[in-house]
Design a protein around this ligand. Structure first.
Ligand code: ADP
Ligand code: MG
Ligand code: ZN
Length: 479
């Protein structure tokens, strides 16, 4: 019988914090500016410049630490990680090795079978991002953009507690959820504001010792992560089965080719010569500061789930989807506060919103329509100013550009025609034009009435109340 193997995975996750300015200087962190326009002597590593810690970075790091059940280090320090590379103008990165800000945490993840599993967090540290090299524009030189140099990051280092790609993704989704709820980052893998390095080893089921691990970089989607895990586990098992050894090394996953290749092995791994940064004072976290951050933690998903059930009485399925993103939950709560109709708000979010999000590949956090406008739209339907299908049309425009539905309906003349005389006149015309359908209806074919309703709505350019059309049609056909 062939041997059974188990995959062991630990993650190092970098998250770009949503501060307005960089970690050690006042330069903007805004994305997309012209190269090197958001730089200063500090973030370009000029001699004699001195870093000063951005308080917001510390507060976000602590908030993430509290949300992941970490111990907060009350006396933390920054260390220099020395390496030479053109994207790193100081020739060292300011990071934390000896006394990181958060340690010994854990998060609960939900597994496929509906169970729960705990993933340990070894530590969370604060550090600065590097600049960006641009290689492919000229043949004989590379260019460097230091706008990203000094953008604040936290690195969340897990224990090797995960055993499958599903658990890894559940863990990443959990981190993303917590961090988005905190507003500490938008955590977009594709855009690099969340980056995961996967450490992976395999071992025979039943053994207690871990195998030799490799580290995979360059994973920028959940799909790539899943494929990389499957590919790497297979590669390591094949090596072991054929009597060879796994080499501890960093590998780059090529998602197009579906294979990884070695970047560097442990032998040529750098000695970073870490030492405490003499330019920065240690970080003393006061009781007061800690309490302040603790007190301002948001209501997280689990608490929201409970409250929504009690307060709004909407189905569990709706609650799951709405609370998956903080922005969606905020939208929901704000719209319900205005219109007082939780199920109707939920229906718009679950139905049209999700449909359009999928169609336009929009993230929940990038939804543009306001809760005020959604509440107004619901009122317009309730008061029969517009019918359901017109409402959907209006919503599409709201989804795109957050128009005021009231004004839009007014401007585009989309109001339901409330003049019953006009409706009766149209119906009389439809009946005259479709004698066969009227006959069919009279002979008990219920379907025929649907056709006639459709014809009437078409003639009214959609601006009729379907219930009224139905009622008057039936009356008229019966005559
Ligand atoms: P290093 O200091 O060399 O980067 P760490 O101990 O910090 O190593 O571990 C880095 C990451 O690798 C952590 O997320 C940890 O959980 C994971 N890890 C460590 N050993 C293994 C292993 N044998 N298999 C899988 N993952 C591992
Ligand atoms: Mg490490
Ligand atoms: Zn700067």
């Amino acid at each position: 019988m062939s041997k059974q193997y188990e995959t062991v995975i630990g993650l190092e996750v970098h998250v770009e914090l949503a501060t307005k300015t960089k970690i050690f200087c006042g330069c903007s962190t805004a994305f997309g500016a012209a190269p090197n326009t958001q730089t200063c002597p500090v973030c370009t590593g000029m001699p004699g410049s001195l870093p000063v810690l951005n308080r917001q970075v510390l507060e976000y790091a602590i908030a993430v630490g509290l949300a992941t059940n970490c111990e907060i280090t009350r006396f933390a320090k920054f260390d220099r990680k020395n390496y030479f590379y053109p994207d790193n103008p100081q020739n060292y990165q300011i990071s934390q090795l000896y006394l990181p800000i958060c340690m010994n945490g854990r998060v609960e993840i939900e597994t496929k079978d509906g169970g729960c599993k705990t993933v340990g967090i070894h530590e969370i540290h604060m550090e600065e991002d590097a600049g960006k090299l641009i290689h492919d524009e000229w043949e004989d030189c590379s260019l460097v953009d230091y706008n990203r140099s000094g953008v604040p990051l936290i690195e969340i280092v897990s224990e090797p507690d995960m055993r499958s790609a599903e658990e890894v993704i559940a863990y990443l989704e959990k981190l993303r959820l917590l961090i988005q709820y905190l507003g500490a980052s938008d955590c977009k893998l594709q855009e690099g504001s969340m980056r995961a390095d996967v450490n992976l080893s395999v071992r025979e089921v039943g053994t207690t010792q871990f195998g030799t691990r490799t580290e995979m970089k360059n994973l920028n989607s959940f799909k790539a992560i899943s494929r990389a895990i499957a590919g790497e586990a297979m590669r390591q098992i094949d090596l072991i089965e054929s009597g060879e050894k796994v080499v501890q090394e960093t590998r780059r996953w090529d998602d197009v080719k579906g294979e990884s290749y070695a970047m560097r092995s442990k032998e040529d791994a750098q000695d970073y010569r870490y030492f405490p940064d003499p330019d920065l004072v240690p970080v003393a976290v006061s009781d007061e500061m800690l309490e302040k951050i603790r007190a301002s933690q948001p209501e997280f998903r689990n608490e929201k789930r409970k409250r929504y059930k009690e307060e709004f009485g909407i189905p569990d399925y709706d609650i799951e989807i709405i609370t998956e993103y903080k922005h969606m939950a905020d939208l929901f709560e704000a719209a319900v506060a205005i219109c007082g109709q939780p199920k109707k708000v939920s229906n718009w979010l679950m139905g049209e919103t999700l449909r359009l999000m999928k169609e336009t590949e929009t993230d929940a956090q990038d939804l543009r329509f306001s809760p005020e406008h959604l509440a107004k739209l619901i009122r317009l339907v309730d008061e029969k100013v517009i019918n359901g299908s017109v409402a959907k049309e209006v919503f599409e425009v709201m989804f795109e550009e957050n128009v005021d539905p009231e004004r839009y309906v007014e401007e585009k003349g989309l109001k339901t025609v409330s003049d019953e005389g006009a409706l009766r006149k149209t119906i009389a015309e439809v009946i005259a034009a479709n004698p066969q359908s009227v006959e069919d209806y009279r002979n008990g074919k219920e379907k025929a009435i649907g056709f006639l309703v459709g014809q009437t709505m078409k003639a009214m350019k959609g601006k009729a109340d379907p219930a009224a059309v139905n009622r008057i049609l039936r009356e008229a056909c019966a005559e």
